[in-house]
Design a protein around this ligand. Sequence first.
Ligand code: UD1
Ligand code: CA
Length: 477
Amino acid sequence: MSKQVSDGQPQGAKLAVVIMAAGKGTRLKSRRPKVLHEIGGKPLLAHVIAAAGHLVTRGDIFVIVGHQAERVRAAVSASGVQFVEQAEQRGTGHAIQCARAAVQGYRNILVLSGDVPLIRPETLEKVWQFHQSEKAAMTILTAAPEDPTGYGRILRKRHHDTPEVEAIIEQKALTGEQQSIREINSGIYAFQTAPLLTDLDKLTANNAHGELYLTDVAGLLRAAGERVVAVQAAEASEVLGANTIAELVALDATLRAATAKRLMAAGVTILRPDTCVIDAEVEIEPDTILEPYVQLLGHTRIGTDCRIRSYSVIENCTLGNDVLVRQACVLAESTVADGARIGPFAHLRPGSEIGEDAHIGNFVETKKARLGKGAKANHLTYLGDAEIGAGTNIGAGVITCNYDGAHKHTTRIGERAFVGSDSTLVAPVTIEDGAYIGAGSCITKDVPAGALAVGRARQVTKEGWAAARQARQKKQE
Ligand code: UD1
Ligand code: CA
């Protein structure tokens, strides 16, 4: 934000955003601070910070922390926001009092609630524009949901042709007639800083919770002859708060439904979208199909023409085009190149890089394993700390013994090699291009290119042994 030359007011940046996030969230009955509960795979507070980040730079965002402050800070400090401490949580009005020193250099502040996470940047922009054009001291974002229970209500001025507001009345203080007001306070406001800071000191805790309510500032500003206005959000769903686990789950469903809708609008097929769990930042190219009960988490990216079959869980992975992930696979922090086939029941652990057209079959586990183009490990295998060249075939039951009890070691296998079934490869060990490993081998020494290595006990065959044994047994009887 550009610095403004003052006209009698303190010089400083124009707008700061203050996010109230110090509350405990008693109604959640949870040990985790409310603003760190997640929807769409991300903490509530992170959603609010992301929305605020569209209006101001991160340095102009002040997060008020209090309950489990260290934990809350740690969770979002990477975003570059500032923090203000509210050591004792004495209400939303008190929270803003604690931010006084931080915000007095700004002409205006936008106050957001850390537990109202679905707010869109466009709506915040609308509030900010309305606040400026109305030259208001306080602008309240409101909504008219089906069920307003639990929210503060907006007491409008009687004339209908003005956006002006008389007061905000909290649920517990509603008198008879006021019970029918459907317009709610979203907990999101714009303020001119100077009149706000003057009236903040006049707040009293004379209410049902014995707290200092920020909402009382509306009435105080009105009494001081200041302009207090309301602007309604287009969709009530965007300003719903999360005070209980049921409300959190409802917000999560709303957010995920919106994500699925966005993806489908962009050409992705999601069969039974209500059964899929797709995080907000997942990206998928058109013509990919997600079967029911798929979970796509974190920063997962999937190319075009892929098919992800049911019960697979994919977290922070990048998949190319034409990839098939069969049923019940678990993929984490891995990449899968074009045309690869995974599963069913495969486990790609962090650092797996599956090459183009490679196959990872059932009950195969990989970790920090790189498979080249067309390499195959189709059955019952563990590949950890391994490099496997293009066109190499890993037989059923092969195991890289990568851990000696103290350190991890690497197994290197060249191109077009063949590792027979049930072989154990004791790392560090290198098998060069085109080498063959006999089935059932325990390989402890490097194998040169094109060689055959067999590391197993020689078979002993005793002709007629069974009959001889029977005869011995008969004699003993
Ligand atoms: C508040 C509003 C209510 C509005 C609703 C919208 C007040 C008095 N009431 O009620 O009119 O309809 O939001 O969702 O403001 N917080 C602090 N410090 C505190 C107390 C709270 O930082 O001392 C934070 C909380 O962490 C939360 C936010 O402020 O993120 C709102 O507090 P909460 O207790 O949830 O207020 P509501 O009862 O929902
Ligand atoms: Ca709330």
